[in-house]
Design a protein around this ligand. Structure first.
Ligand SMILES: Cc1cc2nc3c(=O)[nH]c(=O)nc-3n(C[C@H](O)[C@H](O)[C@H](O)COP(=O)(O)OP(=O)(O)OC[C@H]3O[C@@H](n4cnc5c(N)ncnc54)[C@H](O)[C@@H]3O)c2cc1C
Length: 345
């Protein structure tokens, strides 16, 4: 039985941020991660297949880019937007689709890579799905047992309820609320297409589009800071009756941005809804919610630790502010760190 001060479940940005601060503060921390990589919903390959933006006012993200010297640049938005309707494609002067957002030069996963890089080897254990946390706060994977002072669930609450047998001593309403708290973007497919050059820019287009003629319902420029690599990305909803085919996607891009868009050099489809460590319905199909309760994001039940102050929730879905964003994941991490450091030792 291993006995660190803290076991963090989940090596997304929230869990890694908790771990990094506590490790710096001298606590013995272990992170157990189900996937074979860190980052969770931050995945850059090398373009972003998960999150890509942060916004003005998200001070924790900005503080992290400053601290780790992670280069950022503004989202490209010069030019006109396109509206793809069933009655045809319309050019919309100016670009009302893209707000002023910022991107990470080396992808959003630069954040989690930087945090993981601060931790000594052996602190983050990959391929270690947690299957149970007992009433005594013993944490179990298929191959290991841990008995820490504190357990941090840095997993979206609905995924935690679906995939982990949680302590029976937790209040019933908490488990119910966790099960009904939606997981941000877990029903989303992100499609990234790369080209030899950003030809839409020379056509006076921003690369942004809104579509009701599908399959991509929203499209944006995803080029690097100087236009290279040249890329667009689009969001599609998972589980569309006709499925999501490359030929449909290329046809739609060609319709909106012209023939050159029809033949991308590379097309990547990242279906987050099929990821068992992001979408609770993959772990427990009966847990799928028909009406997502967005009001439950950042619910009061997540703000106080349970089980004598030793059981903590830390994922973006538990943050009262910026829930769903990277900033929310960092806000939740900050609250968790404060609760653990305030705990009488
Ligand atoms: C397509 C897409 C686009 C997005 N765009 C943006 C954006 O532009 N800007 C923005 O701010 N946010 C965006 N987001 C949201 C952003 O990615 C998340 O807010 C953030 O990454 C959440 O971090 P987290 O640590 O809270 O959770 P996660 O990243 O989900 O981390 C949870 C971790 O727990 C692990 N895990 C799950 N179950 C277990 C288990 N049983 N045992 C051990 N480990 C487990 C998972 O593998 C994962 O690594 C987007 C998300 C997606 C999917």
């Amino acid at each position: 039985m291993h006995q660190p001060d803290v076991v963090v479940i989940g090596a997304g940005i929230s869990g890694l941020a908790v771990c990094e601060v506590l490790h710096r503060g001298g606590l013995a921390v272990t992170v157990l991660e189900a996937r074979t990589r860190v980052g969770g919903r931050l995945l850059s390959s090398p373009l972003d297949l998960g999150a890509s933006w942060f916004w003005d006012g998200e001070r924790r993200v900005r503080a992290m880019t400053d601290r780790f010297e992670i280069a950022t640049f503004p989202q490209y938005r010069a030019g006109d937007a396109m509206i793809d309707e069933r009655d045809g494609v319309h050019r919309y002067p100016g670009n009302p689709i893209d707000g002023q957002a910022h991107r990470f030069v080396n992808g959003a996963a630069a954040l989690t890579n930087a945090l993981a890089g601060e931790l000594p080897q052996g602190v983050v254990l990959l391929d270690q799905p947690v299957i149970e946390v007992t009433d005594e706060l013993v944490v179990l994977t298929a191959t290991s047992r841990w008995q820490p002072q504190h357990v941090v669930i840095a997993v979206p609450p609905a995924v935690a309820v679906a995939a982990i047998r949680l302590p029976e001593a937790l209040p019933g309403n908490l488990v119910d609320i966790a099960q009904r708290t939606p997981v941000w973007m877990s029903d989303t497919v992100k499609v990234v297409v790369t080209y030899d050059e950003p030809f839409w820019r020379s056509d006076g287009l921003a690369g942004s589009a809104i579509s009701r003629a599908g399959p991509l319902h929203e499209i944006h420029d995803l080029c690097g800071p100087d236009g290279s690599p040249s890329a667009l990305f689009g969001f599609a909803r998972a589980g569309q009756p006709s499925g999501l085919t490359e030929s449909e996607i290329c046809a739609q891009l060609g319709r909106i941005f012209g023939p050159r868009a029809h033949a991308p050099r590379e097309l990547q489809i990242q279906d987050w809804s099929s990821e068992q460590w992001t979408n609770p319905a993959m772990a427990a199909p009966e847990s799928a919610q028909s009406s997502p309760g967005f009001a439950l994001l950042g619910h009061a039940v997540y703000q106080q630790p349970q089980l004598g102050g030793r059981f903590h929730w830390s994922a973006t879905e538990t943050a009262p502010n910026y829930a769903g964003h990277i900033e929310g994941a960092l806000e939740a991490a900050e609250r968790t760190v404060n609760s653990i450091l305030d705990f009488p030792r």
